[in-house]
Design a protein around this ligand. Structure first.
Ligand SMILES: [Zn+2]
Length: 116
């Protein structure tokens, strides 16, 4: 396991020189740049990639769990003689001539059927 702070400080000095010259670098050992910083940086980036992958898997599992446990609300388009329609859950109105969507754009209810 690499020391993340040491890698970050080394990269900061090497790339930005904002924290001093090479002699301030934690990787400086009587010579200037050596391959240890590069290999530690690569190892650190690899460990970050692994952590991101684990977090993405956890997020996907959590999203799936929520989607399965959270019932999708349903409603209907209440269609009037004028041709206008309202969502039975939130009242969102679609004017005559407009396409009635399979879900309400305002509240997200799935529209089961159209009552006329
Ligand atoms: Zn609605």
């Amino acid at each position: 396991m690499v020391d993340a702070e040491k890698v970050k400080k080394g990269l900061d000095i090497c790339a930005l020189r904002s924290a001093g010259d090479c002699t301030c670098c934690p990787y400086f050992e009587n010579t200037y740049c050596n391959d240890l910083l590069a290999s530690d940086a690569a190892e650190y980036i690899e460990s970050l990639d692994e952590r991101i992958a684990i977090m993405q898997e956890s997020m996907e599992a959590l999203e799936k769990q929520v989607a399965e446990s959270w019932p999708t609300p349903h409603a209907q388009w209440l269609v009037y003689k004028s041709g206008n329609a309202n969502c039975s859950a939130c009242g969102y109105e679609i004017f005559s001539g407009r396409e009635r969507t399979p879900y309400c754009p305002r509240c997200g209810c799935v529209m089961e059927e159209v009552s006329e």
